[in-house]
Design a protein around this ligand. Sequence first.
Ligand code: RFL
Ligand code: PHB
Length: 394
Amino acid sequence: MHTTVGIIGGGPAGLLLARLLHVAGIDSVVLERRDRSYVEHRQRAGILEQATVDALRAVGAGARLDREGMPHDGIELRFGGRAHRIDFPSLTGGRNVTVYAQTEVVKDLIALQLAEGGPLLFEAEVISIDGADTGSPVVRYRHEGREQILTCDYVIGCDGFHGVTRNAVPDSVRTTYERTYPYSWLGILAEAPPVYEELIYAHSERGFALASMRSPSVSRLYLQVPNGTDPGDWPDERIWDELDARFATHIDPGWKLERGPVTSKAVLPMRSYVTEPMRYGRVFLAGDAAHIVPPTGAKGLNLAAADVIVLAHALTRWRETGSTELLDAYSDTCLRRVWRAEHFSYFMTTTLHTDPEQSAFETRLQLSQLERVATSKHAAAELAENYTGLPLSG
Ligand code: RFL
Ligand code: PHB
């Protein structure tokens, strides 16, 4: 089999890229290791920037998003027993974000691609990519019990942090930057209406907590826990009690979350990671295959979308004019945005979590920084601009 663009991975990056190329009249094949149901039910991100929403609409995946997505004009920060709201539109010239789960984005993109796109193969595991520095790279994959070959003009690695495409970039040209954190998140889904209208990010002496949502009847909640925590050590009542304790304020001491059946419970480690460059020969990396951010800034899915928007534009230019100018600029163009998001995600993470080793001095610095965001329009605008997403060219 031959295709113009071979896409490894059917997560948000690979699926959105396939749709963007389809709209531009460029053929592609998507190879996804897992089965369809697994990919559609993997619990992950919830926040879409405006540019991500616009891209989904442009590829025809906007209808359900426009019906069911929940536009949010702000977030609440809780710290030192107080609550403070950051208003996005007034601080950013009108921008906001939309709460719409990654599972739903993926379902919408898969349905579209199967209805009217190029091949999207599930349970097709890529084993290797050869000839990145030749004119026609070769993808080897296993599908329906047989090893198969896909030759491509370009190969795009959208295969996430544990993918194989990164290995096609020789160690001698690759630099990796990494940071781990001394805490994880315990994330739950609960059949309980969120009593809050906007997301709440809480700094507390007991550790960080985040209240998000999936729908008017489903809450998504996270607690900072030590690395290596067994979710089995957290019975539901313990989770709810701890969430209430971390969200408590002096102003409304009776404030409590609405409780309901917990339908999913998992521990997620936190990591910052960037590999450079994001391209070698005719192989390109996009999304989590090239970079990871801790989830506190809600940037991972949006960075993946931004990468493939830049890439689709560059491939379209190449197809129309034969010029590789934008493809040659791809890595530098994306990395500027990636590093900004890395810094923002690091800032949100280290400002809001309690490092088990942290001194009282460091806790006071965190509270002082949060106080600054709560009292300075400039500090609040810096947070709001990064949270709602910087312009795609930036
Ligand atoms: P994915 O989603 O990991 O998809 C990669 C796909 O590649 C497949 N694959 C292979 N296929 C074929 N052959 C191989 N050898 C393969 N190896 C792997 C995998 O099966 C998979 O289907 O990467 P992608 O597309 O780059 O998308 C990235 C996002 O999934 C990720 O950044 C976000 O989920 C991060 N994230 C968040 N991002 C946001 O923008 N906003 C948020 O609110 C947000 N919250 C989160 C998050 C991530 C979380 N976790 C679990 C890490 C909250 C959480 C809890
Ligand atoms: C989520 O809804 O899953 C979510 C929201 C905001 C974050 C991380 C995750 O920062």
